[in-house]
Design a protein around this ligand. Structure first.
Ligand SMILES: Cc1ncc(COP(=O)(O)O)c(C=O)c1O
Length: 449
């Protein structure tokens, strides 16, 4: 067996063929990353929690900001070197307050989950009670005992869920809140088809005096584009979210509030730092500032088209024999649609077959699934294909490719070339400045090795 020398690296299983020099490893990772980029360029991306960033966002993501540290708040840092960072972060918060029409924004959480942990740090102590949507009904891991809520020691109680409307049952939720008297009433889902009936629950919130928290991770871009509900105006005290799903920004998080109680500001700030962050990824803050500014300019048109596309795709899939949920309600009012594919061998098989045809979706639990590791549905999002310039008429093509694989049982290998050809017309960024630039091309700073 070859002895690893100073510039070689032995891959774990010790087989001689797998010995690679560090130079080869670097080149291999660069090449594999390029293959990933090219794959997505030739694919139809339909994961409801993803998006791609605009050219201006990509530029600042690649800047020196990425290398720096800034703990605390602008003007009150624990490090030197933050002169320009303070300017950017202050501007980012101002733009966030403007876009979401609110008094307070914190743009430091490094992801949606971290924003959620910060809210939990701010408003709950171990042993406190919280009401939330259950996991199989579309709630998120971070709302659950096995995730952030459990980590904070918070005890969760689930709202009754109406499987026909794919939404919480308002009467049952009101009853639960009155009965449990939670410290926090949390709303928001990872499978978000229709707005949460927040206003209908206002009496119960006021009676119990709970903090009302809305996790907008999935729908932040639709809220910013004024095409979904407006949680701060409908009774939410704090809204948290990821900034990279329908809001097409960097992988990051944020929170906003109207500070119904003045004490909220200190609690939320402390929840973020030192609660759950140290440094807060400064290139992402710059990228978020640009995303929010682009949202001011293009956000309404983008949110509008996203929802139109989701609805058109749902209709086209339904017409081709797929069981898209909530037909009676028009399938969806968001970027997402959900399809029951149990009769086509379940979510995992269908998602894999579609992937083999370069159509990227994810398997998803449906509220009636009894086995959590065998989801019977798939979840589909229209936000990314909208930013690639697709309109309602293109949804017919997307639906036809999906139906060929799932309903007609065509081999993915016979569909993939048609998908690639179709996708050639949709590789450029829309709803942003520098519109028309390639969406999946990243600059290379160095030559091949
Ligand atoms: C409702 C909800 N909250 C929070 C998150 C976590 O977001 P992140 O991946 O940014 O941590 C997700 C992720 O999908 C989500 O769906």
């Amino acid at each position: 067996m070859a002895e690893p020398s100073r510039d070689t690296f032995l891959i774990s299983n010790g087989i001689p063929e797998t010995v690679k020099t560090s130079r080869e490893i670097v080149q291999s990772v660069r090449e594999t990353t390029r293959r990933h980029n090219n794959w997505f360029k030739e694919s139809i991306p339909l994961i409801a929690s993803e998006n791609f960033t605009s050219p201006a966002v990509r530029e600042v993501m690649n800047s020196d900001l990425h290398n720096r540290y800034a703990e605390g708040l602008p003007g009150k840092r624990y490090y030197q070197g933050n002169i320009y960072i303070d300017e950017i972060e202050t501007l980012c918060e101002e733009v966030a307050r403007e876009v979401f029409r609110c008094r307070f924004a914190d743009v430091r959480p490094v992801s949606g989950t971290v924003a959620n942990l910060a809210v939990l740090m701010a408003f709950a102590k171990p042993g406190d009670k919280m009401t939330a949507v259950g996991l199989s009904d579309g709630g998120h891991l971070s709302h659950a005992k096995i995730g952030a809520a459990g980590l904070r020691g918070v005890r969760t109680h689930h709202y009754p869920f109406d499987k026909k409307t794919m939404n919480i049952d308002p009467d049952g939720a009101r009853r639960l809140i009155r009965e449990v008297k939670p410290k926090i009433a949390l709303f928001g889902q990872s499978v978000y088809l229709f707005p949460t009936p927040l206003e209908e629950l206002r009496d119960a919130f006021e009676e119990v005096g709970c903090v009302v928290w809305y996790d907008a991770a999935h729908v932040l871009g639709l809220i910013a584009g004024k095409r979904f509900q407006d949680p701060l105006r409908e009774g939410a005290d704090v809204v948290s979210g990821s900034t990279h799903k329908t809001l097409p920004g960097p992988q990051h998080g944020m929170m906003i509030s109207d500070l119904r109680r003045e004490s909220f500001e200190t609690s939320l700030r402390r929840g973020v730092f030192p609660g759950v962050t140290s440094n807060h990824h400064l290139h992402s803050v710059a990228a978020l500032a640009i995303t929010l500014a682009e949202t001011m300019e293009f956000g309404e048109a983008y949110a509008d088209q996203t929802i139109r596309n989701a609805s058109a795709l749902a209709q086209a899939l339904h017409e081709r024999g797929l069981d898209v949920l909530c037909e009676a309600l028009g399938f969806t009012e968001s970027h997402t649609l959900v399809i029951d594919v149990e009769e086509h061998h379940g979510g995992a098989k269908v998602a894999k077959a579609l992937e083999d045809a370069n159509i990227i979706v994810n398997k998803n639990l449906l509220p009636w699934d009894s086995d959590p590791v065998r989801p019977s549905g798939i979840r589909v999002g229209a936000q990314e294909i909208t930013r690639l310039g697709m309109k309602e008429k293109d949804m017919t093509d997307v639906a036809e490719f999906m139906a060929r694989v799932v309903v007609k049982g065509e081999a993915p290998s016979s569909v993939i070339e048609d998908v690639k050809t179709f996708k050639r017309d949709f590789t450029k960024a829309h709803y942003c400045f520098f519109e028309g630039q390639e969406a999946y091309d990243y600059p290379s700073f160095v030559d091949d090795m």
